[in-house]
Design a protein around this ligand. Structure first.
Ligand SMILES: Nc1nc2c(ncn2[C@@H]2O[C@H](COP(=O)(O)OP(=O)(O)OP(=O)(O)O)[C@@H](O)[C@H]2O)c(=O)[nH]1
Ligand SMILES: [Mg+2]
Length: 368
């Protein structure tokens, strides 16, 4: 078991430098050696996550969180602004047939049948046998989605005293390790001390990837033997944090499929050993979902939320998808708050989820 302290051994790099602008030869090797399909290696070698349908063409990149959200929800708001606008334009009275057509259009977006059904019912209740105008429909839909998305437990829950332990879980290649780097970057910039635990012991490259991030960002780093017990790395990382008064301990885990029972049970073991060191930990178990996986992300959330005791979601790769509407059914079905979003591969491409901006972007009618 090696406990490696980057301070004093290696020159600390500027965390604001994007990874691909300051490549080291090792980083390049790692980046090239980890396509999602061959990443962490549970013996059963799960299939890579694939998008469930082709992405609509991505419009030009827009700046800011609102722009990023809009970009990520092109699919959803285009349906609102084409099919639904056309439906409403006809000036029909709201009846069963109208509501069925409305529902059919809404489920073409990624908001899912539950939220689409709720909007259908709300419109039916408010406007039955009356004409509904686009502003009314959008107003009702926005209210419905805002209610679904409302989250009072956003942001990370910190320990009352002592280190805060964050466990990060998800399927292969979803963006776990990158999200850990982003979290570490954020907390280090906030002036907190951070230790990263390399709990993905399956692959040497996974440990190396995290070690390089820790070095770059100025985080402490704890790893174990390759192929060793991930729970023992988590224990050592939590112990390191407790002994050294480290503010934040983030534990990486190997990617696994939600259907791999043994590997899912292993997450429970990791939780339990953390509790041996810090009884109120882990304070967060973040499930990293790849937003480009669309509806696949929902079954991942289903599998992980209970087995791993997830407390929140990081929606990664929101920059590369038009399916960002998937946050709605996830929120509705699992009551798991989306805490952070990933907007690129660099440490700063990360933001706290903002429900209001998300809903506004969803219903903003201006083309981008
Ligand atoms: N565009 C984009 N790419 C991302 C984002 N987050 C992660 N990636 C990329 O997705 C790929 C996989 O990221 P990792 O962080 O290694 O994923 P992981 O879940 O740790 O993968 P395994 O450990 O193999 O399960 C890498 O090429 C990352 O650069 C994001 O928010 N946006
Ligand atoms: Mg990883």
């Amino acid at each position: 078991m090696a406990i490696w302290n980057p301070f004093g051994k290696k020159k600390k790099q500027d965390p604001s430098q994007p990874a691909d602008e300051t490549p080291s030869s090792t980083t390049t090797e790692i980046a090239e050696s980890q396509p999602a399909a061959e990443s962490p290696a549970p013996a059963e070698s799960p299939a890579p996550v694939v998008a469930d349908e082709p992405e609509p063409e991505q419009p030009k990149k827009k700046k800011g969180l609102f722009g990023s959200f809009k970009q990520a929800m092109v699919k959803t708001y285009r349906v609102l602004n084409t099919d639904i606008r056309d439906l409403v334009k006809e000036g029909r009275l709201v009846d069963e047939e109208f509501l069925d057509e409305l529902f059919a259009s809404l489920i073409k977006t990624d908001m899912g049948a539950g939220p689409a059904g709720k909007i259908r019912d709300d419109i039916g209740r408010e406007y039955r046998a009356r004409k509904v105008y686009m502003e009314d429909l959008v107003g009702t839909a926005k209210k419905t989605i805002s209610e679904i998305m409302a989250q009072d437990n956003d942001g990370v829950t910190f320990a009352d005293s002592g280190p805060t332990v964050i466990m990060v879980v998800g399927v292969n290649g979803s963006g776990k390790t990158t999200s850990i780097a982003k979290l570490a970057n954020k907390y280090i910039k906030d002036g907190k001390s951070v230790v990263l635990g390399a709990g993905d012991t399956f692959r040497a490259a996974a440990v190396e990837q995290l070690r390089i991030w820790s070095e770059r960002l100025g985080a402490e780093f704890v790893s174990g033997d390759q192929g060793g017990d991930p729970a023992s790395v988590a224990y050592k990382a939590a112990e390191f944090a407790a002994k050294n008064n480290t503010d934040i301990c983030i534990v990486d885990t190997a990617g696994r499929l939600q259907t791999q029972t043994n590997l899912m049970d292993q997450l429970g073991k990791i939780r339990r050993v953390i509790q041996k060191v810090l009884p109120d930990g882990p304070h967060e178990v973040l499930l990293v979902l790849d937003a480009t996986a669309g509806q696949n992300a929902i079954s991942q959330a289903r599998g992980f939320s209970d087995a791993a005791g997830c407390t929140g979601i990081v929606l990664a790769k929101l920059d590369g998808t038009a399916k960002g509407g998937v946050a709605i059914p996830i929120r509705q079905e699992f009551n798991l708050p989306v805490k952070f979003i990933g907007l690129g591969e660099k440490p700063d491409d990360f933001a706290e989820f903002d429900v209001n901006k998300y809903v506004d972007a969803l219903f903003d009618s201006e083309e981008i």
